[in-house]
Design a protein around this ligand. Structure first.
Ligand SMILES: C[S@@+](CC[C@H](N)C(=O)[O-])C[C@H]1O[C@@H](n2cnc3c(N)ncnc32)[C@H](O)[C@@H]1O
Length: 224
């Protein structure tokens, strides 16, 4: 059977992005504009449709306890926090003071600041010290690619069965299937993780072509 998918053009992407419930959002419009002023790094922010999808997922899951690695100026954290149930908490890890200062301002504007705690520093050092009060319902990983597997192995034991770990940039702009890119450490790390997740008995995983590829992992109950 022929592969079944619809290729996106810019026009079709815009059509898709416009036809969702929260396509108009003045707070995110302002955050996007301020992030764009940072220059080329602004491309690190998740897309607006990804933000809606993340809110949708967290809300569908009834997520209360969430964690993010890689906050930047706050787009994904606002998406997660908006999907949490009342009384929910999101712990955010990032090492950049300037970018997360922007995030803090927009958490206030979006009215989600009371749900979010920022842990500023290198996640390689901070995450192993994590002692969550409750098992995590929802995790989003969007930081240094070579460490995705480390984040996964560190956080999976803290996720409840049925909880979700979501990874961004799992297609690496298509480089995961380009043999000339295989020796770039970040590309190799993501390619190896895609292979690992596909056969990992601890999770049910699916890689979807949203933005630069989102890998969704739902933790399964033991025994594995
Ligand atoms: C792709 S951006 C995150 C984008 C964000 N999720 C959003 O929606 O705007 C990656 C972020 O990870 C942070 N980061 C990279 N390596 C890190 C590390 N070892 N520890 C903590 N933060 C890190 C960077 O400072 C940057 O803000």
């Amino acid at each position: 059977m022929a592969a079944k998918y619809t290729s996106l053009t810019d026009d079709l992407y815009r059509y898709m992005a416009a036809h969702r419930s929260d396509a108009r959002d003045p707070v995110l419009d302002a955050l996007e504009a301020e992030t764009a002023n940072l220059g080329e790094v602004s491309r690190m922010a998740i897309s607006r449709d990804q933000g809606s999808f993340i809110t949708f997922l967290a809300a569908t899951l009834g997520a209360k306890w969430a964690l993010e690695v890689g906050t930047f100026t706050g787009s994904s954290s606002i998406g997660i926090a908006r999907g949490l149930v009342s009384g929910g908490k999101l712990i955010c890890y990032d090492q950049d003071f300037k970018w997360t200062s922007i995030a803090r301002r927009y958490w206030m504007k979006a009215g989600v600041h009371e749900k979010i705690e920022l842990r500023l520093g290198n996640a390689h050092d901070l995450l192993p010290r994590l002692r969550p009060i409750k098992p995590l319902d929802f995790v989003f990983i969007d930081a240094d690619k070579e460490y995705y597997d480390f984040y996964y192995e560190t956080l999976l034991p803290h996720v409840r069965p049925g909880g979700i770990i979501l990874f961004d940039n799992m297609l690496m702009n298509g480089k995961v299937i380009d043999p000339t890119e295989k020796f770039v450490p970040a590309v190799r790390a993501i390619d190896q993780l895609n292979h690992k997740l596909a056969i990992d008995p601890r999770i049910h995983g699916v890689l979807i072509p949203m933005a630069d590829g989102l890998y969704l992992c739902r933790k399964l109950p033991p025994p594995y």
